[in-house]
Design a protein around this ligand. Structure first.
Ligand code: ASP
Ligand code: MG
Length: 431
């Protein structure tokens, strides 16, 4: 293992001038050579850029939205820099480039490719502001374009990483620079073989940190968040959330699979493969220990309780009085695969199959129309999927009290329940 350490700061940790100052305070005694800082777009910038693109593709006026996003960044700079600082012309320049991109043809046909060229500005601008501010504060660091490091396929918006090329870039280009200076780079973005900008999927900056950590065989990754670490329940949904001091890679990966939003689902695997520990810490309480995710090899005594909303339940029944056979399941999964729809839960009966998937409007319709000649199909939308990982027999049952249960499954470790209108804050104490 090397001495390289990676810190990732998400949108919430750079959402205004105060937050950027706070980030600099965190880095004051921590920043050093061999440290790589990965930053996301500031606050809700990615959503705002998506909105502009949406307006643009439907030929609506974008001027108001564009100026809001520009003044948002300029205001942050005013809170951080003296007037006349070069950051102002740099940011200005980014917005000129962005306007040019938006002037070009954006059509439904080239939507995904345009999306990546445009939405990536959020990370480019944010990382530039952060780097300039750190330098101003006497923490000399370099700015690195992530598109020179992370090589991907041309599957715009969901680009797949070319690990071999990425590793080579990291070893040959990044490591020597890191030996000299700390570096600030962007999360979420990469480049394809044609040199076009790509993105790794929404919230992908965590994954960027993991890709770079894996490519450099880093010593550790720290994700700085607005929560104290990984909690055993989502505090937005349940009260009584307790902090995990440590968590095994497997449990963390399962939590993200079932919908815990604390870490991006793809983040764990590259780290687990190389046993690189992942720390999740609070940028509000930087000295608190947070959560360490590593190979504990143990089941945590605290279960994980995860709620995933916007689920669709689809039931397929055979229509000819035969029983469900493997080929039926094969057929359904074939279609799901083609649509990149992931099954969150599956149940079979003699004459039918029921699946739970994330509700994605067009995909659901496509799925149904591709199979409605073979099966009689019924579906419900807007359901909630509650997963309890590592539950203990006898405990946690109260969480489901009074719920309308549409489907339930229990294995040795996991309870899953499909319900609707789950009350936002329910006490998650075991009792
Ligand atoms: N800015 C991107 C997003 O909001 C990536 C990230 O935040 O991780 O999806
Ligand atoms: Mg973000």
């Amino acid at each position: 293992m090397t001495k390289i350490e990676i810190y990732k700061f998400g949108g919430a940790s750079v959402k205004d001038a105060e937050s950027v100052k706070n980030m600099a305070i965190i880095l004051r005694n921590r920043l050093r050579k061999n440290m790589l800082i990965v930053v996301s777009a500031m606050g809700k910038t990615t959503n705002a850029l998506e909105k502009i693109l949406e307006l643009r593709v439907s030929n609506q006026d974008i001027s108001e939205n564009s100026s809001i996003i520009k003044s948002f960044h300029i205001e942050i700079c005013k809170g951080l820099f003296e007037s006349g600082h070069r950051i102002f012309s740099q940011v200005e320049n980014y917005f000129i480039q962005l306007d040019k991109m938006l002037d070009a043809d954006v059509t439904p046909q080239n939507y995904d490719e345009s999306y990546d060229q445009i939405v990536s500005f959020g990370e480019l601008i944010s990382s530039r502001i952060v780097m300039e501010y750190l330098c101003d504060q006497g923490m000399v660091c370099l700015w690195q374009d992530a598109r020179e490091l992370i090589m991907t396929s041309s599957d715009y918006r969901f680009a797949a990483v070319n690990w071999e090329k990425t590793k080579r870039n990291c070893e040959q280009m990044l490591r020597p620079k890191l030996e000299q200076f700390p570096i600030v780079t962007q999360g979420f973005i990469g480049a394809d073989g044609k040199g076009r900008t790509t993105t790794l999927g929404r919230e992908g900056s965590d994954f960027t940190a993991a890709i770079l950590a894996s490519s450099l065989k880093a010593k550790a990754v720290t994700i700085w968040k607005d929560v104290p670490g990984v909690l055993h329940v989502d505090p937005k949904v349940f009260s009584g959330a307790k902090l995990y001091e440590e968590l095994d890679y497997l449990q963390a990966a399962q939590m993200t699979y079932y919908g815990a939003s604390v870490i991006h689902p793809k983040t764990i695997k590259p780290l687990a493969n190389l046993k690189i520990p992942l720390f999740v810490k609070s940028f509000l309480e930087p000295d608190a220990p947070g959560t360490k995710i590593h190979a504990t090899g143990q089941k945590n005594p605290l279960p994980s309780i995860i709620l995933k909303r916007k689920q669709a339940m689809i039931s397929f029944r055979v229509t000819d009085f035969t029983f469900i056979e493997e080929r039926h399941i094969h057929q359904i999964y074939g279609q799901l695969d083609g649509l990149s729809l992931r099954v969150n839960m599956l149940q079979t009966s003699p004459v039918g199959v029921t699946i739970i998937v994330d509700h994605q409007l067009f995909k659901l319709q496509k799925l149904i129309s591709s199979l409605d000649k073979v099966f009689s199909i019924r579906y419900n939308e807007n359901l909630d999927l509650l997963t309890i990982l590592n539950y203990e027999e006898g405990g946690w049952g109260h969480l489901t009290d009074g719920l309308e249960i549409l489907l339930e499954q229990r294995t040795r470790n996991t309870i899953q329940i499909v319900t609707r209108n789950l009350n936002p804050v329910k006490e998650a104490e075991n009792g």
